[in-house]
Every structure is written in C-alpha cells, then in structure tokens.
Design a protein around this ligand. Structure first.
Ligand SMILES: NC(=O)c1ccc[n+]([C@@H]2O[C@H](COP(=O)([O-])OP(=O)(O)OC[C@H]3O[C@@H](n4cnc5c(N)ncnc54)[C@H](O)[C@@H]3O)[C@@H](O)[C@H]2O)c1
Length: 249
C-alpha cells in the first residue's frame, strides 16, 4: 500500500496501524527525511519515498516501491493542508491572493487526483480477486469541505473538491474493481495540534459534541482499516468528527 503524507500526523498513525496488521507500506511524503526515519523505525515491509504528489515521476517511484513489496491494492491519500488562509476581501479591502488558493488546491485536490489516477492504472494491471476486486483508494477531505469557516476559503474549496471526487472516482473505477471512499475528519489531536496553546485547544474542543475531545490519529487509522476491510463500502464520504459542525468562525 501507499500512504501519501505518511510522515505527518494522520498519515504516520495510518502507516503504523496498517503495518502492525501486516501490510507492506510505502510512506510517500515531500518531507523526505521524516518519511525515511519512519520507514527505518518500522523496518521490514516499509519503504520511505520522498516526493510531491503532483510530481508524476516521484509518484511513479512510490508505485514502483510499493510493487517491489507486493501487489499494490491500497492507496491512502492523506497529503494535504492549507497553503494560505484569509478572507476573500481583507480588512483593508485587498482581494485574497491567488497563489495561496492555487497552492492549496494543488496539494489537496490535484494531488489526490494525480496519485489516484496513476496508482489506479497500476492496480488495474493486476488480477482481480474472486469477487472481481483489485483494491481501494481512501482519500482525506475535511469537514471544512462542508462547513468552511471564515478565512478558510481555499482549504474548504480544495476539500470540497475531494468530497466531490469520491462518487465519480468510484464509478469510473468500478469496472476495474477498485473502490473509493473519503474520510472527512473534524478536529484531530495530531502531535502538531497537541503542541498548540491550551486556550486554543479549549476553543477548538468547545464545539465538539461527543466525545468532548479532539479525535485521535489512531481513530483515523482505524477508520482507514475498516474501509479497507469492508468490500461493500464504496463511493461514500464519511465524517469522523464527534458530531462537530464548524460554526462560521
Ligand atoms: N489534523 C486535523 O485536524 C485534520 C482535520 C481535517 C482534515 N485533515 C487533513 O488530514 C490530512 C493530514 O493532516 P495532518 O494533520 O496529519 O497534517 P500533517 O501536516 O501532519 O501531515 C501532512 C503531510 O502531508 C505532507 N504533504 C503535504 N503536501 C504534500 C505534497 N504536495 N506532496 C507530498 N506530501 C505532502 C506533509 O509533508 C506532511 O507530512 C491533510 O490532508 C489535512 O488537510 C486534518
């Protein structure tokens, strides 16, 4: 399997869980050193590949590395984030900068599209199982793709694009026996988030309904595991948010 963004908070939790269950994993991340360090730490059956999700050659290396470990059948697109934030028209009347919007779309929406198209083509070359199945793609959106907050326009649009890809990807890849789902996390307690000031963490937890805490990266990984294991989950966007609905700000 390939986990993009596998060196980050949610990605590394996914790598650890699925490797613990016996999966061979490629940690693909533009953060080359942390990807290599995680692969070294986990040892057998884990390879670190550095590169950008929009670089076809780098994605090709990741696919080649995965195939060297076994037949590629699982792709988890976790790479993403926000390249910029800001209101559409700032307080001084200036329009929002275009480049941050483009970069945010690139790291989330274009990257997810790019890795999936290349990986699915490689997966299509393998024999299907007795049920006609060749594997599954799990994408990572955000509840911001449904309830974007003030200042989150680019990120919300990029994650909405990922949510919008789920069903047409599942339909396009159905003849190949490849399923596609997306996870839309709410506020997750990644190591980075845990380092935030207490007052900020309290504010973030304030609107979460139940459990009254941030999600655990292991809970994200456990949902990836469930999607991989359940052949009848397909074409669905799944919220993982403790019933959180983002308020306007
Ligand atoms: N943490 C949260 O609360 C939360 C909530 C909703 C959605 N998400 C989404 O979950 C995903 C993971 O979030 P995280 O909190 O683990 O973030 P993170 O920053 O810890 O991890 C993201 C990883 O993706 C990598 N990456 C980014 N752009 C890349 C690119 N172009 N090519 C290759 N690698 C790239 C980064 O190097 C990093 O290792 C992101 O898509 C994020 O938008 C996170």
């Amino acid at each position: 399997m390939i986990v993009t963004g596998g060196a980050g908070g949610l990605g590394s939790a996914t790598v650890r869980r699925l490797h613990g269950l016996g999966a061979a994993v490629v940690v693909f991340d533009r953060a080359t050193d942390p990807a290599a360090a995680l692969a070294d730490e986990l040892g057998d059956g884990v390879l670190g590949v550095g590169g950008d999700v929009n670089d076809d050659a780098a994605v090709g290396h990741a696919i080649g590395a995965a195939e060297s470990l076994g037949q590629l059948s699982v792709v988890v697109n976790v790479a993403g984030g926000a390249a910029s934030a800001g209101r559409l028209v700032g307080r001084s009347g200036e329009p929002l900068d275009k480049s941050g919007f483009v970069d945010t779309m690139a790291m989330n929406a274009f990257g997810t599209f790019n890795v999936t198209r290349l990986a699915a083509a490689a997966m299509a070359a393998h024999p299907a199982d007795d049920d006609g199945q060749r594997g599954v793609v799990v994408n990572t959106a955000s509840i911001a793709g449904m309830e974007g907050q003030v200042g989150q326009l680019a990120y919300a649009a990029a994650k909405a694009a990922i949510l919008g890809m789920t069903l047409p990807m599942a339909r396009d890849l159905a003849p190949l026996g490849i399923r596609v789902c997306a996870i839309a996390p709410g506020t997750m307690g990644t190591p980075l988030m845990e380092m935030a000031p207490e007052s900020m963490k309290e504010a973030l937890v304030g609107n979460i309904v139940n459990p009254k805490r941030m999600g655990r990266p292991e809970e994200f990984a456990s949902l990836v595991e469930a999607i991989v294991a359940n052949d009848y989950l397909n074409g669905e966007n799944i919220r993982l948010d403790g019933a959180l609905r983002f308020p306007p700000r």
